[in-house]
Design a protein around this ligand. Structure first.
Ligand code: GSH
Length: 202
């Protein structure tokens, strides 16, 4: 398997953590899509990382699809339940965490525009999405070790990668201030070897 990737993307980190948790070998191809000469769009018409090329040469994107594909390989630990409705519930939490990350990305991009071109309304709107999403995650994690069931799932990995990316790119945003349970949970996730091995490199 070949993972076309960057060293900073939270979505790439999600897939790296999935592969590391399952101890699956893969080739890491660092090819940031925004750099001149990137070959990402030769594999993925959307030109985004992560993109995975299977051993059989089949291409998968984006991260939820790649994670689903990896799950079909049967490597333990399973990161999705077996019951179809339960799978949907875990994927709903994954979508929530990814959506928080997506809003963070738009927020960051807006702050990187020259100040005359920045639109405060865009920042406020995206920040509200992040706030609301994290409030839901705080409620869901309170009194629990994992977001779903009694073991690590894709929902936890997406959440950890998203929130640690917020720390990396939007350090001024103190999401922990009103979310003590989420803070403890993310700290615990960040100490797992798969997270330690995938700390973003600027
Ligand atoms: N929904 C996608 C998001 C992937 C994504 O936006 N990746 C960014 C890097 S963080 C990217 O490749 N951006 C390049 C571009 O949009 O041209 C996923 O979950 O894989």
């Amino acid at each position: 398997m070949k993972l076309i990737a960057s060293l900073t993307s939270p979505y790439v980190r999600k897939i790296r953590v999935v592969l590391l948790e399952k101890n699956l070998p893969f080739e890491f191809l660092n090819d940031p899509p925004w750099e001149a000469g990137s070959h990402v769009s030769d594999y993925n018409p959307l030109g985004k990382v992560p993109t995975l090329v299977s051993d059989a040469g089949e291409v998968f994107f984006d991260s939820p699809i790649i994670a689903d594909y990896i799950e079909t390989l049967g490597a333990q630990p399973a990161l999705l339940p077996t019951d179809r409705l339960e799978i949907v519930r875990v994927k709903q939490l994954e979508a929530l965490a990814d959506g928080v990350t997506d809003a963070g990305v738009v927020w960051l991009q807006e702050t990187r525009r020259v100040s005359e071109k920045q639109d405060d309304a865009v920042i406020t709107r995206q920040r509200s999405k992040v706030d609301r999403g994290l409030d839901v995650l705080e409620k869901k994690i309170t009194g629990r070790e994992f977001l779903y069931g009694n073991s690590l799932s894709l929902a936890d990995i997406a959440t950890g990668c998203g929130l640690l990316w917020l720390d990396f790119r939007l350090p001024q945003y103190d999401w922990r201030a009103t979310r003590p349970n989420l803070a403890v949970y993310v700290k615990r996730l960040s100490e797992r070897p798969a997270f330690v091995q995938t700390i973003p490199v600027a």
